[in-house]
Design a protein around this ligand. Structure first.
Ligand code: P6P
Length: 334
């Protein structure tokens, strides 16, 4: 098959499918270029003195890795001059980033987790960049937090780049999910899978088992049934995976199915959950639904959750549709 670059794919989406316009095409290309730079920085590992902590905490009160700060800077610098954005927001910044006055502004908002799973970076385990694109509401400045407080169903694009054995960008603009692998010799992302679909059933679950004593009853029931295997009510054996890097776990699920769970529990209840709605749960839920999967908090569709703050947290249960529906039904008591 003749290789199709990300640029060609986006031009065809714009020209033939009319799924995107020039500004959104530019936005995605700029983010992809920034992810290439992040991939190179990460790939140097200990050689470039970029491992370890930056000595600062982010708004979440989490110690920032040097690569968290670097990745955030790369994404800001790559995007602020293009004239396609009204504003940017990041896990690593307290509030939205104001586009410098010397640059034109556009109609889109970009919100991202520049380096998700960065606690894994020092032990050489896959990490990733997650991004979400919204339209800036009319009459609201893109550097106001309220501009970003839109339900995930309003996203016009979402994607992630997983920095693993290969650097792979996964993208949806609302017409399916497509994967692009970085050809390091040429320096461009190449289409390697079109229209990704998640199997509706699975035998693989992903959850941090060390939180078991904090779980709510529906989660206890679901996981116990999986662990009971073929002798139990599910009548089949299950496998377990937990990378502790959402991008890596979601990529596995997109590739071979599975269910990912970071449910509400007594430890995270006060914060509303562990994972952040705007730049982790929403983009991943948009991607998973576009690939035929499902994504709920256990009690409602994630893409319907009305955000109340930029760094709001939610419970996340996503992946193979039949399994997510089962867990959600258990939460409803059925
Ligand atoms: P735990 C990484 O910090 C992250 O935000 C997600 O990428 C990942 O799924 C989760 O937290 C891991 O959490 O409690 O297992 O360390």
């Amino acid at each position: 098959m003749k290789s199709i670059s990300l640029t060609r794919f986006l031009i065809e989406e714009q020209r033939h499918q009319h799924h995107i316009g020039a500004d959104l095409r530019l936005l995605i290309e700029v983010v992809a270029r920034a992810c290439k730079s992040i991939s190179i920085a990460i790939g140097k590992g200990a050689l470039d003195g970029v491992l370890g902590n930056a000595g600062t905490d982010n708004v979440q009160g989490e110690a920032q890795k040097k690569l968290d700060v670097l990745s955030n800077e790369i994404l800001l610098e790559a995007n602020e001059w293009g004239g396609h954005l009204a504003g940017l927001a990041s896990e690593e910044m307290d509030g939205p980033h104001t586009i410098p006055t010397e640059y034109p502004r556009g109609g889109y908002l970009l919100v991202f987790d520049p380096l998700d799973g960065s606690s894994n970076i020092d032990v050489n385990i896959s990490v990733g960049t997650i991004f979400s694109v919204l339209r800036c509401p009319n009459g609201i400045n893109g550097d106001e937090e309220r501009a970003f407080l839109q339900p995930g169903a309003k996203q016009v694009a979402a994607g992630y780049t997983v920095y693993g054995p290969s650097t792979t960008l996964v993208l949806t603009v609302g017409s399916g999910v497509h994967m692009f692998t970085l050809d390091r010799e040429v320096g461009s992302f190449v289409l390697t899978q079109r229209d990704v679909k998640i199997p509706a059933d699975t035998k693989e679950f992903a959850i941090n088992m060390s939180n078991q004593r904090f779980w709510e009853a529906p989660v206890h029931r679901y996981i116990s049934e999986c662990v009971a295997g073929k002798e139990g009510p599910r009548g089949k054996d299950f496998n377990m995976r937990w990378v502790a890097s959402m991008v890596a776990d979601v990529h596995r699920i997109l590739t071979r199915g599975g269910i990912f769970m970071y449910p509400l529990d007594s430890k995270t209840k006060d914060k509303g959950g562990k994972l952040r709605l705007l730049y982790e749960a929403n983009p991943m839920s948009f991607i998973v639904e576009q690939a035929g999967g499902a994504a709920t908090t256990g009690r409602q569709r994630i893409l319907d959750v009305p955000p109340t703050s930029l760094h709001q947290r939610v419970p996340v249960i996503l992946g193979s549709k039949n399994e997510v529906e089962r867990v959600t039904a258990y939460h409803a008591g059925t």
